[in-house]
Ligand binder design. Structure first.
Ligand code: FEO
Ligand code: CA
Ligand code: CA
Length: 693
């Protein structure tokens, strides 16, 4: 997400202060009890040691016994300086090339991308979308030189998307809106390495697009509910109430142990508008932050001319006699984790409602074990919002790693289970609070007896509202989650929160144990390990963002000019156990020195935290290294790997004046303006070796 599109409104009015009495538990005053708990929990992690693993296992199925006779990994590159260029910067010995930028045709129905913005909506429907974000590589064959990339397109820049031709008629306005709708969503793109260059396999039958208009299936408790949350004029017309149209604001991503892609609907409420008096709205609509000002791009203002509610569906104000007659329920089909089978071009996307409805940033699965549930983690990106996990009812069967029907396997593990929300406590302990009708709220009511939460479907539809009642911990904008393939530790980026305060004379927005910095401009990363009971965990601070010249109260991780960072956002482990941290920074103190970036660290190579320090501290600065710097004005987000880690794919979103050529490291010359294009950057080593080592 860009700082330009983030909705800063605080929708969490619950004033949850689960640990209001323990504010002194900021890291400078953390208790011995906390240290003891953490050291116990993480000692097991350190003991395994991280070894060079060349496994092709993409199921993440490794929870113990990682030690073998191979040498431990070390990062084999020098941390690069910060940069402020219209170019990519990577370490010496690496190359960076542009792959599949916005507008790249996926099939013959699209004209070549035109530099004047004059491509049509049909071109856009058959070409790469805009503003690349989360991404995953699905192998074909051994996955070394061929695969399928699934790439999210979070939002658009209308100035880059369109030509400057005047738009005067309704037909022209509709065409423009259709192009915008088609530039959103997900691209599935078949790629191949030929003569040392990765390129799109144009015309492959695997290539396809999902947009803000693509009809999708919707499954799980909300779809199954007899309360008909999804009924609209369109579903009546289609004779199927388990469908939704389009996916919006696809930010981070996930994938599954059975080989499907997960795309995550983040700031979707801004695509809908309700114009009547807010007193008429449901509690869920207010809590989610549906807009009363208008769709971000004005789509709802256009008169429909053909497909039912093509544009008017974005206005969810009741206008008919009931839900069969209008689009009051249209937004209920949004806010989910959406599953896509990248290998089956005939398959439809499926929205998985059991994982809850909120502004999903991303979705990561915990390392799987035979006979145990499959677990997914997902953060809600908003100020003072929460971290969730879903635990499947079905138990993992390793035979499902390569199923004949991937979406049926998705239904098995993702349609039934329990959604939990996190509460962080003093002493490094945490608990998962189940969101079910039987749960007991903080004020000792049965959740199912509270108005608006009578059924599981209602709870999932307004998961943040249910989490408020349970006493979840309000966080500093949870972004990506990542699970260490070597030991199952879970990491989350908390990107920033400038509304966090340390004025506890009121009950609003106060710091808490897991979010200890008031005016948190630079963000932090925490991690936890699950205990065996699945409802408790042990957590600690991993890293605090800061400018290198931040004072002792700010630069808690002791960062220097080689690794200063702010607003950690994208967060991905490769299967070797290297953690890659991407930034979406808006803080001048760091931005003055470097554009957004990607850094690497191997958590299991670090000593455990000592005393009151986060894991990354003054004593281990050489372990957090800057690997990649993006071009001016961009965000670095999304990371994928080919099967042997000789190629990394990194996404550049909303660059200002880039790319100049297919060489991503070639700077746009002074005085030259290019039409900016979000793109995937392919990173390889000149000697063909593994990235990062
Ligand atoms: Fe789309 Fe929260 O980043
Ligand atoms: Ca993001
Ligand atoms: Ca306060």
């Amino acid at each position: 997400m860009s700082k330009f599109t983030f909705d800063p409104t605080i929708y969490n009015k619950s004033k949850n202060k689960p640990m209001s009495s323990v504010l002194e538990a900021e890291i400078s005053r953390r208790s011995v009890l906390k240290r003891t708990a953490m050291v116990t929990a993480f000692a097991a992690l350190a003991g395994t040691g991280l070894t060079a693993c060349r496994s092709d296992d993409n199921t993440g199925s490794s929870s113990s016994g990682a030690t073998n006779s191979e040498d431990p990994l070390t990062l084999g590159f020098e941390s690069i300086p910060g940069a402020k260029l219209d170019a990519i910067v990577v370490p010496a010995g690496y190359t960076a090339t542009v792959l599949a930028p916005w507008g790249t045709p996926l099939n013959d129905a699209a004209d070549a991308w035109k530099n004047d913005g004059s491509n049509t909506s049909v071109d856009q429907l058959n070409a790469m979308g805009m503003h690349h974000d989360g991404m995953h590589f699905f192998p074909i064959g051994d996955g070394v030189d061929e695969g399928v990339l699934c790439i999210n397109h979070e939002y658009i820049s209308t100035s880059a998307l369109h030509s400057s031709a005047p738009v005067t008629t309704d037909n022209e306005r509709r065409e423009k809106a259709r192009k915008e709708i088609n530039a959103h969503g997900v691209s599935v793109v078949h790629i191949k390495l030929v003569n040392d260059t990765w390129d799109v396999v144009a015309g492959s039958n695997l290539n396809r697009r999902f947009t803000s208009a693509t009809e999708m299936d919707i499954a799980g408790p909300i779809a199954d509910s007899d309360l008909d949350f999804l009924v609209t004029r369109y579903t009546v017309e289609q004779g199927n109430k388990k469908i939704a149209r389009g996916t919006n604001n696809n930010c981070g991503n996930g994938h599954t142990p059975w080989g499907t892609y997960l795309t995550c609907e983040e700031n979707w409420p801004g695509y809908f508008v309700r114009t009547d008096n807010r007193s008429q709205w449901t509690a869920e609509q207010r809590r989610m932050g549906i807009s009363n000002r208008g769709n971000r791009y004005g789509w709802h203002t256009l008169p429909d001319d053909s497909i039912t509610g093509e544009f008017s569906r974005f206005n969810i104000t009741p206008s008919g006699t009931d839900a069969n007659d209008d689009f009051r329920n249209e937004a209920n089909g949004h806010g989910y984790i959406v599953e896509i089978d990248p290998y089956n071009p005939a398959s439809r996307a499926v929205k998985r409602t059991a994982l809850g409805r909120f502004r999903h940033e991303d979705c990561s699965f915990g390392n799987v074990e035979a006979g145990k549930p499959v677990v997914f983690y997902s953060g809600h990106d908003g100020r003072f919002e929460y971290i969730y996990k879903f635990v499947s009812k079905a138990l993992w069967n390793p035979a499902d790693a390569d199923p004949s029907d991937r979406l049926a396997t998705g239904a098995k593990y993702m349609n039934e289970g329990t959604l939990y929300v996190a509460r962080f406590s003093q002493g490094g302990e945490g608990s998962w609070l189940a969101l079910t009708p039987e749960s007991v709220t903080e004020d000792n009511r049965r959740l199912g007896d509270v108005d608006g939460f009578g059924t599981l479907a209602e709870i999932l539809l307004n998961a943040p509202g249910a989490a408020d009642l349970m006493g979840a911990t309000p966080m500093d904008r949870p972004e990506w989650t990542a699970v260490d393939p070597k030991n199952g530790a879970v990491y989350v980026t908390l990107t920033n929160n400038t509304r966090r305060d340390d004025d506890d004379s009121d009950s609003d927005n106060d710091t808490n144990v897991a979010n200890p910095r008031a005016n948190n401009r630079f963000g932090h990363i925490i991690r936890w390990t699950e205990r065996s009971d699945a409802t408790t965990f042990d957590w600690e601070f991993f890293l605090f963002g800061s400018p290198a010249n931040g004072d002792a109260e700010i630069n808690l991780s002791g960062l220097n000019s080689t690794n200063e960072l702010a607003s950690p956002d994208g967060l991905v482990f490769d299967k070797r156990g290297i953690l890659w941290v991407q930034t979406d920074n808006g803080a001048d103190e760091v931005e003055d020195n470097t554009n957004d970036q990607m850094l690497a660290v191997i958590p299991t190579q670090l000593n455990q935290a000592e005393g009151n320090s986060p894991v990354i501290n003054e004593g281990n600065q050489d372990q957090l290294k800057r690997f990649f710097v993006g071009p001016n004005d961009c965000e670095v987000t999304g990371l994928a790997f080919n099967a042997d880690n000789t190629t990394f794919f990194v996404n550049i979103q909303h660059p200002g004046n880039w790319p100049y050529s297919s060489n991503a490291a070639e700077a746009t010359p002074q005085g030259v303006s290019v039409r900016p294009r979000a793109a995937t950057v392919v990173i390889r080593r000149e000697d063909g070796g593994e990235i990062g080592l």
